[in-house]
Design a protein around this ligand. Structure first.
Ligand SMILES: [Zn+2]
Length: 422
């Protein structure tokens, strides 16, 4: 089954649609006691609020209340300890304009409609597949909700005057090269399927998504969300879902859904680190550092090194991602918290990658890709099953009882997924 992954998860858009900063301010002052958190469930148009579930943004204390760690603590410290990095945000956006809240509400409606449409059987994509050939097609929806829109730049065409078109074209080309040179795959399906993107979808549409066949980008509201075409990790994450679709397409619900999200983040950061020629120590491990406007108090959509600290803004709340199994979030929102609990396997990957060190695509990235390409896991795999598979593949690649294999095992122990071996 195809998944429908939006870059901005529904709970974040709901915060923008509600535009009520007060509850989050209260939470910031009580240094993380989530017991009072039935605030902010609002009635932002979704109509199915459940009083047994607090708003996800109340689940974590503000990172500003976390213990200080040394400035260098986040780098190269191996698998021990937890760090808070880059959490000294400004005041953030206290008030959201009515226009932006309206844009967020409309975006939620469009997303729900697209999600429903994807549940119906889709025709097979009628795309000519030529193995080993890069084929990009960038279309312009011209601010309508139409797909794919008008084709404006096909493979080999000269750059257009539209910066969004050219950025998507170039990023697609880079990710294709990553798939070919690093993973030895011809495009996301292994058979050279065309990479298709549509820009300027909808009227200030506040999201971007992968719909199973192509990537779609809105222009953003300009107040909370900037453009979505400027983030390499976002584009690589979404094409990563395409890659997963053709390898191990974990069911998009609960733990397996969080694995799907986490593996898309892993592919996103590995591709970006490869494109930038960065080592694991040099990367900032952010996913979507470009999507917020400078007004927002936050670094990115997600932090793989310190889940739960990517943003802390009056208009958005606090990044709800846990970094340890003891904080696993049970919720009916977001397909069972797929964008939330992905923080746990994300941090395991970061810990393994930095402890192995060097180029992530030659270390932990190779292990994770091997697991996906082996297609040995069931689609409803749990975190534990995935973790055990990475340990096995680390042994296969680097040798049984190699230091790399021990490092992968230790990373999963640190996030509470695997139990320490006696
Ligand atoms: Zn996703």
């Amino acid at each position: 089954m195809e998944i429908f992954c939006t870059v901005v998860p529904p709970y974040l858009l709901e915060s923008v649609a509600e535009g009520t900063p007060a509850p989050t301010d209260d939470l910031r002052e009580d240094s993380g006691n989530s017991g009072s958190g039935n605030s902010g469930s609002g009635n932002g148009g979704s109509g199915n609020e459940d009083s047994t579930q607090g708003p996800v943004r109340s689940l974590r204390p503000s990172p500003t209340s976390a213990p200080e760690s040394g400035a260098s603590g986040a780098q190269g410290s191996g698998v021990e300890g937890s760090q808070v990095e880059g959490s000294d945000f400004g005041p953030g956006l206290e008030f959201i304009s009515a226009e932006t809240s309206e844009i967020a509400r409309r975006t939620l409606e469009i997303d729900e409609r697209m999600r429903q449409e994807r549940r119906n059987p889709q025709p097979e994509p009628s795309i000519v597949q030529v193995k080993g050939t890069l084929a990009r097609k960038i279309s312009d929806a011209k601010n309508k909700e139409v797909l794919p829109g008008t084709l404006v730049r096909a493979e080999g065409d000269e750059p257009t005057e539209d910066v969004d078109v050219n950025r998507v074209y170039d990023t697609f080309g880079s990710i294709y090269a990553f798939l070919q040179k690093v993973l030895n795959q011809s495009s996301i399906d292994g058979h050279g399927v065309a990479l298709q993107g549509t820009v300027h979808f909808g009227d200030h549409y506040d999201n971007a998504f992968w719909d199973g066949e192509q990537m779609v980008f809105g222009d953003g509201d300009g107040e909370v969300f900037a453009t979505f075409t400027d983030s390499y990790t976002v584009v690589a994450h979404e094409l990563g879902h395409g890659f997963l679709q053709y390898t191990t397409n974990f069911t998009y619900q609960g733990q397996s859904g969080a694995l799907n999200e986490s593996c898309a983040d892993v592919l996103g950061t590995v591709a970006e680190q490869w494109a930038l020629g960065q080592s694991a120590e040099e990367s900032d491990w952010f996913i979507g550092r470009e999507v917020f406007t400078p007004q927002i108090a936050g670094d990115a959509l997600r932090s793989m090194s310190a889940p739960g600290t990517a943003y802390d803004d009056p208009s958005l709340g606090v990044d709800p991602q846990p970094e340890h199994m003891s904080e696993f979030v049970t919720t009916r929102e977001d397909n069972g918290g797929v964008h939330i609990n992905s923080g746990i396997p994300n941090r395991a990957f970061y810990l393994a990658a930095t402890a192995i060190g060097g180029n992530v695509w030659e270390g932990a990235g190779r292990v994770w890709a091997d697991v996906l390409l082996s297609q040995e896991l069931p689609l409803d795999a749990t975190f534990v099953a995935f973790a055990e598979s990475t340990v096995k593949h680390a042994g296969r690649i680097f040798g049984e009882e190699s230091s790399q294999q021990a490092t992968v095992q230790k990373a999963w122990e640190t996030v509470g997924v695997l139990q320490p071996t006696p």
